[in-house]
Design a protein around this ligand. Structure first.
Ligand code: F6R
Length: 614
């Protein structure tokens, strides 16, 4: 979490940094700040709240230096007040920091013993103190940083500015991402948490690995290990454009991203489907050996993820177990990494992460690799930390997802796990060619089915208006629709700040029925599949106790419609593809509810998009 921008170049650093921070605000929006050199001195401006507050504050400020750093914060240590906002300045040193310094109490104690005056509640300020102490002795920023890095334990990325050196930045990381942007032609250099912050200026990037240091000077860039050994780094040229990160006329990024789902799903599927033979081919995921050979040896699949990505993994369990007849375990990454999991031989461990940077998921994949598992990452951000760690790679290909609440990455992942289920089933010899082609045809129909759902947005928006009257929400589903109910409840919680719980419909009589009264809405995900009659019976029990039902069903399901206050129709699909379609009304209802309540849909309170701390 937290967004970092460092800039060295001929343009007005204030402009470049604020523009970059706007692209990173999804990473944190509690407070923000910049430090830019002016007349050889550091000028630091910080503001509590969203970036807009900072923008207003710096509007009439002028800086004549070529160098600056900026930060948008998601609070870890200390509340979101100005004194805790970054950059932190101690003497001649200013820093911006993303992550957590785990040994901060120890460092703080030592600093206080040496007479330091600590002015914030953060762990970050301590890094500035340490570098400032070192620079007094070394008079060399790179050396001061190297010495400081050896004292830090935790997960962090840091950019450092020294006011005595107006053409130099040093940055380092151990955990959260830090990427160097280079435009040789215009002599511009960037250090950013996400390439989006610099895409307007360059397409050439270098990804720092853990415990690497970058030394940026007007004359050029050098890379070092934590111990000072020079490193050669590869420059990667990205083909993304910054327009992919614009709202394109939509009121919010989230709405744009919901509407991008037909295209996103098609883009996820396209690289892996042979349109002539209608076969699935995951040979391009990057395993050393042919994919069928690899998957034939697999005896267990384990999925590890967080949040919405974890719910996608839940769907994967249903699909892969039923289609490929192989055991599938699913785990929340923060639980997995500390419960000393057993990872038997011949396990395929799959991580799902839109950002590819989620700290717990990253730790899980590293652990699984150490224990000998074959790993496959499903990510949206190519070359993200998790992607770089994995043996095999599946890409969501959703395009940049800016809205903090994940939407298109979820549906693209569901498309990919359909493909994975088919490929594993083929490798195990339990899926014949006809059945494979049927699966592929069903998948190819999804983008136009999604278009149809989106065309009915006005019904979801009307339903959302009515739903505001309820005090609580139970989201229900059975089979593959159960994880969709969980995802629907999460969307409502995080966007509209309303209490919502997802339940397996069959569990109602084991407790949640007690909650039912006229103020409790029951949102049921009930597309037609082999469990639909059982779901309807569960709803009868809820209705008999006064429950108000809002249902999502396939086509005209009269039985479901007759018992519902609102019936929302989605196109008929197959059990494996139903989840991709049935989640969209839930996304839209949560979106419209939050928007009509006046909440910030793209940046819900207390959250951040890329969770790089555990
Ligand atoms: C909810 C949401 C989060 C993320 C979770 C994992 O809408 O977006 O629950 O799914 O933080 O993030 P990734 O997928 O980047 O690992």
């Amino acid at each position: 979490m937290c967004g970092i921008v460092g800039y060295l170049g001929p343009q007005d650093p204030k402009k470049v940094i604020i523009e970059g921070l706007k692209k990173l605000e999804y990473r944190g929006y509690d407070s923000a700040g910049i430090a830019v050199l002016h007349d050889g001195k550091t000028k630091r401006i910080r503001a509590e709240g969203k970036l807009k507050q900072l923008e207003d504050k710096v509007l009439n400020e002028n800086f004549n230096g070529n160098l600056g750093i900026g930060h948008t914060r998601w609070a870890t240590h200390g509340p979101a007040v100005e004194k805790n906002a970054h950059p932190h300045q101690v003497g001649e040193i200013s820093i911006v920091h993303n992550g957590i310094i785990e040994n901060y109490l120890e460092i703080k104690k030592e600093l206080i013993e040496r007479g330091a005056h600590i002015s914030s509640d953060t762990d970050s300020e301590l890094v500035a103190h340490l570098i400032n102490e070192e620079i007094q002795v070394t008079k060399d920023l790179l050396l001061a940083v190297q010495k400081t890095l050896s004292k830090l334990i935790g997960a962090f990325s840091v950019v450092v500015l020294w006011e005595k050196s107006p053409n130099e930045l040093v940055a380092f990381k151990d955990g959260p991402p830090l990427i160097v942007g280079i435009n040789e032609k215009s002599s511009e250099y960037f250090v950013v948490s996400d390439v989006q912050a610099a895409l307007n200026y360059t397409k050439n990037f270098v990804y720092l690995e853990d415990r690497e240091i970058v030394h940026i000077k007007k004359e050029g860039i050098k890379y070092y290990s934590a111990l000072g050994a020079p490193l050669k780094k590869q420059v990667i040229t990205l083909d993304w454009t910054s327009s992919q990160v614009e709202k394109m006329g939509f009121k919010h990024y989230m709405l744009k991203e919901i509407y991008e789902q037909p295209h996103a799903v098609a883009s996820a599927l396209q690289p892996h489907i042979n349109m002539q033979t209608l076969e699935v081919n995951l040979n391009n995921v990057g395993f050393e050996n042919p994919v069928e050979e690899v998957l034939k040896k697999i005896e267990r699949v384990m999925f590890v993820a967080c949040g919405t990505s974890f719910y996608a993994a839940n769907v994967a369990k249903y699909l892969i177990e039923q289609l490929a007849r192989i055991p599938v375990d699913i785990d929340i990454a923060s639980e997995f990494r500390y419960r000393k999991p057993m990872i038997p031989a011949n396990t395929l461990l799959v991580t799902v992460s839109q950002s590819g940077e989620t700290a717990d998921t990253l730790a899980a994949i590293r652990m699984a690799k150490e224990k000998g598992a074959l790993t496959l990452s499903i990510t949206n951000v190519m070359r993200s930390s998790i992607d770089r760690e994995a043996h095999g790679h599946l890409y969501m290909n959703s395009g940049v997802e800016v809205g903090v609440a994940s939407t298109k990455a979820f549906t693209s992942t569901l498309a990919l796990v359909n493909l994975l289920a088919v490929q594993i089933a083929k490798a195990r010899g339990v899926l014949n060619k006809d059945a494979e082609q049927t699966c592929v045809k069903n998948l190819l129909a999804v983008p136009s089915q999604l278009e149809m759902v989106l065309a009915f947005d006005k019904y979801f928006s009307e339903a959302a208006k009515k739903l505001k009257e309820f005090k609580g929400f139970l989201y229900l589903g059975r089979g593959v629709s159960y994880p969709i109910a969980l995802e629907g409840a999460l969307k409502l919680k995080e966007l509209a700040y309303m209490h919502a719980e997802g339940y397996a419909a069959g569990e109602m009589k084991h407790g949640p029925l007690a909650l039912i009264d006229s103020k409790m809405a029951i949102v049921v995900v009930a597309p037609t599949d082999e469990l639909i009659d059982k779901t309807i019976s569960n709803l009868q029990e809820a209705k008999a106790r006064g429950g108000k039902i809002i249902s999502i069903g396939s086509g005209e399901n009269l039985a479901l419609k007759s018992m519902s206050e609102y019936y929302l129709s989605i196109p008929e699909a197959n059990w494996m593809t139903n989840p991709i379609i049935s989640v969209v009304p839930l996304q839209l209802m949560a979106y419209h509810m939050a928007d009509s309540l006046g909440f910030d849909v793209d940046q819900p309170r207390n959250l951040a998009k890329s969770v790089t701390v555990e």
